[in-house]
Write a protein that binds this ligand. Sequence first.
Ligand code: NDP
Length: 460
Amino acid sequence: MTDATAYDFDLFVIGAGSGGVRAARMSAAYGAKVAVAEEYRIGGTCVIRGCVPKKLLIYASEFGHEMADIAPGYGWTFEGARFDWPTLRDNVGAEVDRLSGIYARNLRNSCVSIIQARAEITGPHSVKLSTGETVTAKVILIATGGKPYVPSEVPGIEHAITSNEIFLLDALPKSILIAGGGYIAVEFAFLLKGLGVDVTLLYRGDTVLRGFDDDVRLHVHGELKRKGIRVVTHTVLASVEKTETGLISHLVNGQTVKTEALMLAVGRDPYSDGLGCESVGVARETNGAIKVDAFSQTSVPSIYAVGDVTNRMNLTPVAIREGACFAATVFGGTPMAFDHDTIATAVFSQPPTGTVGLSEADARAKYGPVDIYKTTFRPMRYVMPNEETRMLMKLVVRQSDDVVIGCHIVGPDAAEIIQAVGIAVKHGLTKAQFDATCAVHPTVAEELVTMKDKWVPPIL
Ligand code: NDP
């Protein structure tokens, strides 16, 4: 279904990240003539400087703890073990290159034209490239993702790095202050600590991971401290001073923190500036998020947007699904709106966190009475090494119909477990149906189908 007589392309995608690549390839498979413009590297945040390299660093980070604290309980000793950052950094870089190459090859194999340039929208059907060329398309898709938020009003903030730079450091700092208490701050606090960095976490609230179930937040916050990460709460950066040996971060509460490095993880902004949104009338929220309807269509009918630039739920698999729904709707003849409800997600804390559905507090606010089933225990694998890490498992069950509306796990393999539990919660299974499922023994996950007693709040 190509309309290339009127336009250069049926679809012009801006941004070759998770959402843009999926939309481009699927639209091409439906018969559209497609081009994608990328100003940096094919693969976007997830592949180049997000989920993928982060997960590889986490694997690396876990080895030290496993060898030093877990393996000896099983009779293993490792003499002279040492960690070499340049080896890890370069191996991760090579893997990122490999994956970026696969993304590019897949685009080419799908007959999508790749244009290595920055693109700016100049009209409902036209885009100007940084090469000077102007291209026309029947439909334009904005899939430019997000970028780290930097509080520019803080004096000296230019000395800080963000998650963009951390993967490329010449050397790991001996000490680091990480500002923030969300996904990125928590993940990097654990992973850098595991790689031997002295970590301080600075969070403006009282307990990290706001928005998650309170038991999860307390559990993860406790694990941060138990791992030896200093956690400074209820304050933020006032200014940053560079010294001969590193940085002095002055906090609003008057405290100072001396570290070699400072990493900002205080949220991400939609990357929509300089795209020409104002001039063509693409409406945005005050934070720059592009406003879209359920089918990812913007206020300009020929322009759509998917992924983090729309700030709906900023997760890779969500961007991919939004991209797929866009292609089905616009080029596949089957209007599809992605359902953003009940999406499982993981925070790669150590141990990891997996969550799906409503927190206990949100469930009570939305539905009234709920039953809570929860347990904490030391997983079998940690008993012989006498490792104190505990597992948290929690089910939130709606009293009116016994449906499990939330599941929250912190502990080994939580990220893997929550993917499977997500199917049950997404499709409304009841606690009785969980209980009617036979356990897999011996596993930690069997607790999900063997928790019999409702949790009763202690009488104070
Ligand atoms: P988050 O939104 O998760 O967390 C931002 C943190 O910064 C919060 O703790 C917030 O505090 C704090 N903060 C915000 N503004 C300020 C400020 N002005 N001064 C001090 N602190 C501030 O953002 P992240 O950057 O961690 O991650 C961005 C998004 O990327 C995530 O929301 C997630 O969608 C995605 N992501 C997903 C991952 C995964 O799936 N495993 C991994 C990494 C990222 P408060 O809580 O008080 O608001």
